[in-house]
Design a protein around this ligand. Structure first.
Ligand code: GAR
Length: 200
């Protein structure tokens, strides 16, 4: 059983589906911690209701990103967290955390990257007038929504779509895709560990 942490900043609907997938056995792992940079975010309430520990922080209370990331790493290591799942964590991951969890941080983004990185990808797609957008799950590197792509799924934009309806369609896809990809990641980590042990 691999242990993971979910990082989020807002509503936490992706966290919720990941937690449900853990509970019903679709994900063969456990969520050890929710990390949230917005103490009043709804995701905190969701985690409390599910009795999953939460670490909240406010970036403004630390001299630098490295300082709060060191504290996060401490929290993760205390719980033997193997990998990190970003689910609406609206902050760039810094070198401190990237080094500690090298190739073990994944993110979900509401567009077909490399199109529309950054904030409000749904609004960006509507403004650009594209007919197809979607969802991307990728490994996290130092850039903004730039790491190697793991999975993508397209979503059609219809003429009657508003920001709200398009966001709803995208989230529906996110909610079915993310648990599957997180479970694939767990299987991959297990395979790598077995190979490592065999090569010892
Ligand atoms: C999700 O749609 C996710 O793709 C997006 O934030 C939303 C969080 O929703 N992430 C980004 O835009 C990252 N650049 P949720 O809080 O309901 O899971």
């Amino acid at each position: 059983m691999k242990k993971f942490a979910v990082f989020a900043s807002g509503n936490g609907s992706n966290f919720q589906v990941l937690a449900e997938a853990v509970n019903n056995g679709l994900i063969e792992g456990t969520i050890e911690l929710v990390v949230c940079d917005q103490p009043n975010a709804f995701v905190v309430q969701r985690a409390n209701e599910l009795h999953i520990p939460v670490f909240t922080f406010q970036a403004k209370n630390y001299p630098s990103k490295a300082d709060f990331e060191k504290e996060i790493i401490n929290e993760l290591q205390q719980r033997d967290v193997d990998f990190i799942v970003l689910a609406g964590y609206m902050r760039l991951v810094g070198p401190t955390l990237l080094e500690a969890y090298s190739h073990r941080i994944v993110n979900i983004h509401p567009s077909l990257l490399p199109s529309f990185p950054g904030k409000d990808a749904v609004g960006q797609a509507l403004k650009a007038g594209v007919k197809i957008t979607g969802v991307t799950i990728h490994f996290v590197d130092e850039g903004m929504d730039t790491g190697p792509i793991i999975a993508q799924k397209a979503v059609e934009i219809t003429p009657d779509d508003t920001h709200e309806t398009l966001q709803g369609k995208i989230q529906q896809v996110e909610h079915s895709l993310y648990p599957q990809v997180v479970n694939q990641m767990i299987q991959q980590l297990d395979r790598s560990k077995k190979e490592e042990e065999q090569n010892k």
